[in-house]
Design a binder for this molecule. Sequence first.
Ligand code: ADP
Ligand code: MG
Length: 670
Amino acid sequence: MLNVSTTFNIQHSTFNIQHSTLQRRPTMSTLSHTQTKDRPGLRLQLNDEFIEPLFVALTLAGIAAGLITEQLGAPAGVHLAVNLATYVVGGFYAVRAIIAALRERTIEVDLLMVIAALGAAYVDAWTEGAILLFLFSLSNVLQGYAMRRTERAISSLMELRPDTVTIRRGEQIVEMALDEVQVGDVVLLRPGDRVPLDGKIQRGSANFDESAITGESMPVQRGEGAAVLAGTLNINGALDMLVTKPASESTLARIITMVSEAQSRKASTQSFLDRAEQYYAMGVIVSVLLFITLVPSIFGVPFSENFYRGMVLLTVASPCALVISVPAALLSAIANAARKGVLFKGGAHLEELSKVKVIAFDKTGTLTFGHPELTDVLPQPGVSAEDLLAAVARAEQPSEHPIARAIMAYANAQGLSPAEPEQFAAVTGMGVRASWDGEETLVGTPRLMAQAGVDVPAEMLAEMDRLADEGRGTVLLARRGDRWLGMVTVMDRERPDAAEKLVALRAAGIERIVMLTGDNARVAEAMGRRLGIDEVHAGLLPEDKLRLVEELGAKYGPVAMVGDGVNDAPALAAASSGIAMGAAGTDAALETADIVLMSDDLGAIGYAVSLSKRTQRVVWQNIAFAMAVVVVLVISTLTIGVPLPLGVVGHEGSTILVVLNGLRLLAYRG
Ligand code: ADP
Ligand code: MG
């Protein structure tokens, strides 16, 4: 019934994504795929796009010719030949689909349609059978056309990749194909150029329009050393860019793969409907058989009149609209989201998100910017600020944690370039332990100290609380050997729009907002109060976050966890919807989450929630409408009787309406 299988043929071989969204004919499409690859001149797929509508038109012409030959009283042989020809062009694609499906031991609704048309011919209602085939194939062409619109979201992403790239190799400037560019090559970018691969700016600076990747419309300034992503637009700079990833691994490449995979991954409603369709179709065939054979003998109705009615029944009871109702909505929603930098990894995640009652936020990098800065260096009496900073910086030197980077940035600004410690261990959610010159240095939370078996003096703990209450940010203790060196404070700026965006989430139907953080309780609670968060859990280790997500789920219903996707991976996996934020460029986040926000705009969460709810509504509207039409038509056929052409119009009409209703989601703005 659906005949949508599109193959994207991009010049770059790394990019031959076989996209088969609603692919109900895997064998055919695979065939055409390999053909196009080997012999670019032969494009079976493309041909189908033109030939199928042509066949529809020929069917209509055949119907007209049949009527004319009948009127003119042409010989029976001619009349029969015209009718047969009409059936062949009208039924060609349906039969092809039936064969492909039967090979996979499944039944397509096409089968019911073809049987009904043959049945009509059997009782000499050739014209009505031909009208059935005409409307059915017309409806398929229209559906295919409509559904291809959702795929444009992906093909437009692919257009963001230039074919050739300008490279500097030594003194030479060369143009080369995207695929041939290697990691370590230097790409020249002129104003107005799309960035072809992921890389790092080596020379120059520019404003970048990153909206294609992150959905964020404000241009951002990027200078030397900054990472830039393939698909973003260099607005105004002349730059040298060092390539850091091959074309096939760029963020853009992964987005494209992910979105096309998402479209073929089925939501649970859909897989349920697919399974139900098989039984239903069998049920319809069996019922109609019984109807044809039993009714005439029981009620004494003439056989051929009853047979005709059986064929109408077969047509109107087919679940065409039901089959397309879910994918029409989900694909449009996934495509809409992808354009706004929100990647759903499958229809199932739209469904899950629409049910979410509670959202749990990681604090660092989510509610805050995640780029902390060192604000205070507070040595103990008898220790100099320089010694404290030097020790803390050396201990943090190997750490990747944002706090460590803040400390290093400050130390570098002070002219320090600490050596690597001799031994180093990061203690997740607590801090670091590092050793040199035979002494161990600890930097982190009181818990880290407790774990190392040292008691923190009461006056230091009191001082920590006081600093936290002043809102000085995260306070870290530092100890070297058996001597307390002092504290440093690190401040992460809250996103200015956080409170407002959380209010919007409640408007979108989220009942409870929770903060889960590894940071100090006082710091976290102060922020929680400012943002109007319902529950704050602080001092958590990654495994505590996981446990809390499960507890929240048991208490309030489905939970979404929003995190940076790196140290929050277990909690993201445990949540019914794991949402990674600010994922452009971070590989881990793209992998772990169910839903990926390319930008780090909190507003995207509200948009995603609203979109998922709207999508679920459209899905249920479609299912209800499709079933209602079937029920009404079946009852009418059994009672007052419905002519076959009218039955077909009602049936195909409802199918088209369901598709159009789903397509509305392409225009959703949130
Ligand atoms: P969050 O849950 O807010 O993302 P983390 O779990 O990464 O925070 O860390 C929790 C706490 O552990 C931090 O607030 C900090 O006090 C401490 N910590 C973690 N890593 C480090 C580090 N490299 N240096 C110092 N302190 C750290
Ligand atoms: Mg974090």
